[in-house]
Design a protein around this ligand. Structure first.
Ligand code: HEC
Length: 133
């Protein structure tokens, strides 16, 4: 009798574990955080740019996903961010000179280019080494 109970428990655990896998994949695919693949952690240049977007608070003025806010939506000029970011612009855009590297500017461009594509990283936990959401 005892062994039957144990078998049922193991079988139930296997079913639950099996059910959890497609559920996770579905969640990744739905939010597009898999960097386009729909699976696994978020990596690559666009993801690095997304981290900077949140960490340097570009999101605070240009919107969480560059939808615009106190600052304009800028992803249509993704290839041309360096000058404005380094020197600042107008009244509201602060200068980041000395706070961002060339490589980081390239990451920001990669992130901005990914917006509205299947590979757009949309995570909000930028402090995770490999953000999963
Ligand atoms: C304090 C608010 C604020 C923050 C933070 C901010 N921006 Fe801006 N940004 C603005 C405003 C306002 C403008 C429009 C300036 C103007 O044209 O007068 C702007 C303009 C820009 C432009 C130029 C757009 C154009 O039309 O030429 C780029 C590129 C840009 N921001 C990128 C960034 C990036 C990348 C970050 C993060 C590293 C960032 N901004 C952080 C407010 C902000």
């Amino acid at each position: 009798m005892k062994s039957t109970t144990a078998f049922v428990l193991v079988a139930a655990a296997a079913v639950l574990a099996g059910a959890a896998i497609p559920l996770d994949r579905g969640a990744f695919a739905a939010t597009g955080v898999g960097g386009g693949s729909g699976l696994g952690p978020v990596t690559g240049a666009a993801a690095e740019g997304r981290k900077l977007w949140l960490k340097l608070n570009c999101s605070g003025c240009h919107g969480a996903h560059d939808e615009g806010g106190m600052g304009p939506s800028i992803h249509h000029e993704a290839d041309d961010v360096a000058e404005a970011v380094l020197q600042g612009k107008g009244e509201g855009m602060p200068a980041y000179s000395g706070r961002v590297t060339r490589a980081q500017l390239a990451y920001l461009s990669a992130y901005l280019r990914s917006i509205d594509t299947a590979g757009e990283p949309r995570f909000t936990h930028w402090w995770e080494a490999t953000p999963s959401r």
